[in-house]
Design a protein. Structure first.
Length: 279
């Protein structure tokens, strides 16, 4: 029998994935056994509290999502509160049905820490691995091998004309081999979104092997800010233009960020131009 422990004053034991719990403002820590049901139950439990909760994933586990648990489109329940997942672990879709791995609502945040990999998500729409309406932070984690029929094969900061603007931060977290049919094979930073990517000197954050129609690596369309530091964007591909980075409006800053060996070009077609990008 699977057991989840609420680590707080007046702890509650939850067995079998079913529980009736009073909402609490205190943070909880949840060890997550290596099974799909355990992970889904843990996310549901964490969503019952407005505090920042921590899911400690089973070390080295691959969580196979065999069906969607957030409506028809999301593998995990929609994340509506602050949740951190600590690895090392992999969360992957193993169903023939298409669904992304995770969606973050405007009230939620998702933090992936210590080698959490999201793979094989398949969105009908934006965000193959993650569709973000709130806040997403990856530290030493990764998005690989995900697909979207619209924007953001790895992650999409959703177009948000008003209300909470989505924000995504990647630190030493590669984005590789994802694809989207429209913009941003790796990452799409949409209307009013903010995107920050950061590597370290001598060990950049790699965005590589991604494909889309425009912006094979990254596409930023009418976003508030895109800040790329120590980020190597290479060997991505676009069917139309800007195999590396596509920019349409918004503020963009690149620092020690080589954009090279992308096809059919690196950033051509961007308006205004991508800083420090040639070819």
């Amino acid at each position: 029998m699977r057991v989840i422990v609420r680590a707080l004053f007046g702890a509650t034991l939850v067995a079998g994935g079913m529980a009736t719990l009073a909402a609490t403002a205190q943070a909880i820590t949840i060890p997550v056994a290596c099974s799909e049901n355990a992970l889904v139950a843990a996310v549901n439990l964490a969503n019952t509290t407005s505090a920042a909760d921590t899911l400690v994933l089973a070390g080295g586990c691959t969580y196979n999502l065999t069906s969607a648990h957030g409506g028809l489109t999301d593998g995990l329940p929609v994340i509506t509160t602050p949740i951190e997942m600590i690895g090392p672990a992999t969360i992957t879709r193993t169903s023939l049905l298409p669904f992304r791995i995770a969606e973050v609502s405007s009230t939620g945040s998702l933090t992936l820490t210590t080698s959490v990999a999201l793979t094989n998500g398949s969105a009908v729409g934006d965000g193959g691995a993650i569709l973000n309406h709130g806040a997403v932070t990856l530290t030493n984690s990764s998005l690989t091998g995900n697909t979207a029929t619209l924007n953001g094969g790895g992650l999409a900061n959703a177009d948000t004309p008003s209300g909470t603007a989505p924000a995504a931060t990647f630190t030493r977290s590669p984005v590789a081999d994802n694809s989207a049919l429209l913009n941003g094979g790796g990452i799409y930073n949409g209307t009013r979104g903010t995107l920050t990517t950061t590597g370290v000197s001598g060990s950049p954050l790699f965005i590589t092997g991604n494909t889309s129609a425009q912006g094979g690596g990254i596409a930023a369309v009418n976003s508030t800010a895109t800040t790329l530091t120590q980020t190597a964007i290479n060997t991505n591909h676009a069917l139309l233009t800007a195999g590396g980075v596509y920019r349409q409006g918004g503020t963009m800053t690149t620092t020690n960020t080589p954009i090279t060996a992308n096809t059919p070009n690196n950033c051509v077609g961007s308006v205004p131009a991508v800083p420090n990008c040639t070819g």
